[in-house]
Design a protein around this ligand. Structure first.
Ligand code: FAD
Length: 477
């Protein structure tokens, strides 16, 4: 056995077969899949958070911050769609999550708190660790941020924020999503610094309960922010500004509908897709069936359609279909949607179609922003006691002010993905370098592959990518 195989490379740098950069859901699920496959392998997951498997989404601590899909839709096991339902059934039977009783629905229809989902992910990882241990496989959590990555002919070298260096046969970027700073100009003028974290209930408790709160963005993060404010006892006005002023629809449990995209492979362009989908939705409504039924059949085909589209077609989709897709497809959990609807009816929550133009000022207890309402030429300044930025995710890695994305781009080890969404990769997740060459040792999964698949973020996307990538890496090892 060589020194490298025993875990210590000749130059003293610790070696692992696979280095996983990021230990959120993607990193944890990739590790779990690798541990379950036959054979012996060493894994290191580099993640600055104290726990693996949570990331931003599943570090939630409030019961009201739930998954946006019911248990039947959120299994992390691509081979067992009922995996989460089964885990939850046992968890509830053992006395966990007693509040679920109040919902009076079968376990498969519950929308679990995201923090609890994190426990499920961690338990599945721990079980995989026990399976792997039988084969001599190991996983280690290294608590740090990767700040530099270099590839050599036969290995990948990482430098961590604490100065440590690691080397591996392969590395996987499972770095998840980066919060949007809106524009470099607003980032430097401190938008994110001035804004409250949408999930920070403790900070919201410190606000005057009757004060006005401003929220930028009207998607699912806004819904979570409203849940946080309610939880914190806020009872004042909430002013929401978003470009289109669209709210997410509420998620229902619609019956199955014919998989029309599987039956008709001639549908390829965004225009054809929208036309056919609208036709199916009209048919469904005419039959007294929920329009969500036909819409939900599209999900399984989005990756293929996006991947085979031209950039022109992708741009058409982003420009014309995206706002509609976001509000109809990324739907709100029912209890949160009820709260938003109630506050809207009471007139406490107002949604305005307006674009954010910049942060004007922040003084103790007051923040002012400049907006332009849709259809108006002039901009307006609005003020509130607090501001919440729920404008989403920055998918363009050129604008992500973190060391690793900047270093990888500067060294030409990665290139932006289609439409500058995430990074470019081959179908198996191997990244493309600045010249378009497929990397041999560097892979990516989850949100960084947004540009390759459009939907590459949700639990089911991540779970199926983890399985495929684990098989791919194991074959090469
Ligand atoms: C608030 C929120 C709610 C969501 N709710 C749902 C939902 O209900 N249903 C659903 O299907 N999906 C939901 N999602 C999508 C969710 O992001 C994915 O399901 C999942 O979290 C993606 O996992 P990830 O590991 O790829 O990313 P993340 O969870 O973002 O984890 C990435 C990890 O990488 C680490 N990292 C980044 N850079 C480095 C580096 N250089 N070195 C080391 N570590 C690094 C970060 O610390 C982070 O922990 C939600 C997302 C958010 C943000």
């Amino acid at each position: 056995m060589t020194q490298t195989q025993r875990g210590l490379a000749t130059d003293g740098i610790r070696h692992a077969d696979i280095l996983i950069v990021g230990g959120g859901l993607s990193g944890a699920m990739l590790a779990a899949q690798l541990l379950r496959l036959p054979g012996k392998r060493s894994l290191r997951v580099i993640e600055p958070r104290a726990e693996l498997g949570r990331g931003e989404a599943y570090s939630a601590v409030e019961l009201g911050h739930t998954l946006n899909g019911n248990a039947a839709r959120m299994s992390v096991d691509p081979d067992n769609v009922d995996d989460l339902t089964q885990w939850l059934t046992a968890h509830i039977a053992a006395g966990g999550w007693p509040e679920s009783d109040e919902q009076h629905v079968p376990v498969s229809e519950l929308f679990p708190p995201r923090g609890l989902f994190g426990v499920y992910v961690q338990q599945r990882l721990a079980e995989a660790q026990a399976v792997g241990a039988v084969n001599g496989s190991t996983v280690e959590h290294v608590q740090a941020e990767v700040v530099d990555l270099q590839t050599r002919d036969d290995l990948v070298l990482l430098t961590l924020s604490d100065g440590q260096r690691l080397q591996g046969t392969y590395a996987v970027l499972a770095t998840g999503m980066f919060p949007a700073a809106r524009t470099p100009q607003t980032e430097s003028s401190g938008l994110n610094a001035a804004a409250l974290d949408p999930w920070d209930v403790a900070a919201m408790r410190r606000l005057d309960p009757q004060s006005t709160v401003l929220i930028i963005g009207s998607g699912l993060t806004m819904v979570d922010a409203v849940v946080s404010l309610e939880q914190a006892g806020h009872r004042g006005p909430i002013e929401v500004f978003s470009r289109h002023g669209l709210l997410p629809h509420v998620r229902r449990q619609p019956p199955a509908w014919v998989d029309f995209l599987a039956e008709d492979q001639s549908i390829r362009t965004p225009r054809q897709l929208v036309r056919e989908l609208r036709r199916h939705c009209r048919d469904a409504i005419a039959q007294g069936i929920d329009w969500q039924s036909p819409l939900d059949t599209v999900r399984a085909h989005v990756g293929r359609l996006w991947n085979q589209a031209t950039d022109v077609q992708r741009r058409q989709f982003v420009r014309h279909v995206r706002p509609w897709w976001e509000s109809h497809h990324h739907r709100s959990p029912p209890l949160s949607a009820e709260l938003v609807a109630r506050l809207h009816q009471e007139g406490r929550l107002r949604i305005q179609a307006a674009s954010f133009k910049g942060l004007e000022s922040t003084v103790e207890g007051q923040v002012s922003i400049r907006i332009r309402r849709r259809g108006e030429v002039d901009t307006t300044v609005v003020s509130g006691a607090a501001l919440i930025n729920s404008s989403g995710i920055e998918y363009d890695w050129r604008r992500v002010a973190r060391p690793l994305p900047q270093q990888l781009l500067a060294c030409g080890l990665i290139r932006p993905g289609p439409l500058a969404l995430g990074i470019a990769a081959a179908v198996d997740g191997a990244v493309l370098d600045a010249d378009g060459q497929v990397a041999e040792r560097l892979f990516a999964m989850g949100p960084p592959l947004r540009g390759m698949w459009w939907e590459s973020t949700a639990v089911t996307d991540v779970a199926s990518q983890a399985k495929a990538l684990a098989e791919r890496l194991t074959r090469s090892l």
